[in-house]
Design a protein around this ligand. Structure first.
Ligand code: HEC
Length: 301
C-alpha cells in the first residue's frame, strides 16, 4: 500500500510540470509535423508553434480543434501510425487543460458551439412568439443530456437529418395554425385558360373546343386537402360528350354531359386531393366539338 501511494504520488509530481513538453508535444511533433510544420509560413494549422501549456490556453479554438480531430480520428489522415493510447492521451490532455483554465482567460473563454433550441426552449419560444401551445414531445424526441447532465449542452444539441425533418414539420404545423387562409376558390374563365385568347365579345363567355383540344390553368393552394374541379360547358343539344380532367398531367377523372335539347350552361365536377403548392389543371376535350365556359377550383370543407 505504501509503495502504491508512493508510485502514484511520484507519478503526479513527475508528470505535472513538463507533461506538455515531455510527452504531448513530442507525440504531436512525430505524428503531425510532416504536414503541419510550424516553420512553414503557409501552414495555417500551426498548433506546433505552441511551446508551452500557456500557449495552448491562449490559442483555445485551434487546440480544441486539434483534440476534436484526434477524437474523431480525422487526423492524422489515412492509415495513421499514432497509437490509440497516444491519441487519447493527447486529446484528454488538451480537453483537461482547456477545461481547467477555461474560467481564467477573461471574458472570452473560447468557442461556444452554436446549437439548436432544445425541446423545452423551442416550445417556450413558439409560445412567446405566437401565443401557441404546441405539444413538443409529440414533435421531437427527448433531448440527449450528454455526460454532463445539462440539456442545454451545445455539443449534444446537434441536428441530425431526421431531426431537421422534424423541425421542418413542426414549422409547417405552427404556420398552419397561425396563418389562417380563407378557403381557396378560383374561377377561371374560358379565355383565361392556356392557350389564352382574347376575351369573348359575344354575350356568352365561352370558347369552342375541337375534339382532343386541351385547356390548362395553373394556381397555388396554401393547404393540402380535397378540392373540387368544376367544368362548366354548354349542354349538348344532340350528342352527349365526356371530357377528361388532369391534375399535374395525371388523370383525376372525367366529366360527362347528357343530351338536353334545351341547351344552356351546366357543370360537372371531379374531386382531387391537392398538396400545398403549385398545380396545373388540364381539361381535355373528348370526341365532340363543344362550347366551354369555365373551370372553378374550390377547396372543400
Ligand atoms: C498527411 C498529412 C497530414 C498529417 C500527418 C496531419 N494532418 Fe492535419 N491536416 C492536413 C491537411 C491537408 C489539412 C487541411 C489543411 C487546410 O485546411 O488548410 C489538415 C487540417 C488539420 C486541422 C484543421 C481541421 C479543420 O478543418 O478544422 C487540424 C486541427 C489538424 N489538421 C490536426 C492534425 C493533427 C493533430 C495531426 C497529428 C496527430 C495532423 N493534423 C496530422 C494534413 C495532415
Amino acid at each position: 500500500m505504501k509503495i502504491l501511494l508512493f508510485v502514484v504520488a511520484s507519478g503526479v509530481v513527475w508528470a505535472a510540470p513538463d507533461e506538455f513538453l515531455g510527452k504531448i508535444r513530442p507525440i504531436l511533433k512525430e505524428n503531425c509535423a510532416g504536414c503541419h510544420n510550424p516553420a512553414n509560413p503557409r501552414n495555417r494549422i500551426d498548433f506546433l508553434k505552441s511551446e508551452s501549456p500557456t500557449d495552448v490556453e491562449t490559442r483555445r479554438t485551434l487546440w480544441r480543434d486539434v483534440a476534436t480531430q484526434l477524437r474523431n480520428r480525422t487526423m492524422p489522415p489515412g492509415v495513421a501510425k499514432i497509437s490509440e493510447a497516444d491519441r487519447m492521451l493527447v486529446a484528454n490532455w488538451i480537453d483537461d487543460r482547456l477545461r481547467t483554465t477555461g474560467c481564467g482567460t477573461g471574458d472570452y473563454a473560447g468557442f461556444v458551439a452554436s446549437r439548436r433550441l432544445n425541446r423545452r426552449e423551442w416550445k417556450n419560444t413558439i409560445r412567446d412568439l405566437f401565443g401557441l401551445d404546441v405539444v413538443a414531445p409529440d414533435l421531437f424526441p427527448a433531448d440527449e443530456a450528454g455526460g454532463a447532465g445539462f440539456d442545454t449542452n451545445g455539443e449534444t444539441l446537434y441536428v441530425p437529418p431526421m431531426m431537421l425533418e422534424r423541425y421542418m414539420e413542426a414549422a409547417t404545423h405552427v404556420l398552419d395554425r397561425i396563418v389562417v387562409t380563407p378557403p381557396f376558390n378560383r374561377l377561371v374563365l374560358s379565355h383565361e385558360m392556356s392557350p389564352v385568347t382574347v376575351a369573348p365579345t359575344g354575350i356568352k363567355p365561352s370558347r369552342f373546343l375541337n375534339p382532343g383540344e386541351t385547356l390548362t390553368t395553373s394556381f397555388s393552394v396554401f393547404a393540402e386537402g380535397s378540392y373540387s374541379l368544376r367544368v362548366s360547358v354548354e349542354r349538348p343539344k344532340l350528342t352527349p360528350f365526356t371530357m377528361k380532367v388532369l391534375v399535374d398531367g395525371v388523370a383525376a377523372g372525367s366529366v360527362s354531359y347528357a343530351r338536353d335539347s334545351g341547351g344552356g350552361a351546366t357543370a360537372r365536377a371531379v374531386t382531387a386531393t391537392l398538396a400545398r403548392g403549385a398545380h396545373t389543371v388540364t381539361v381535355e376535350n373528348g370526341s365532340e366539338r363543344i362550347e366551354f365556359y369555365s373551370l372553378t377550383v374550390d377547396q372543400r370543407p
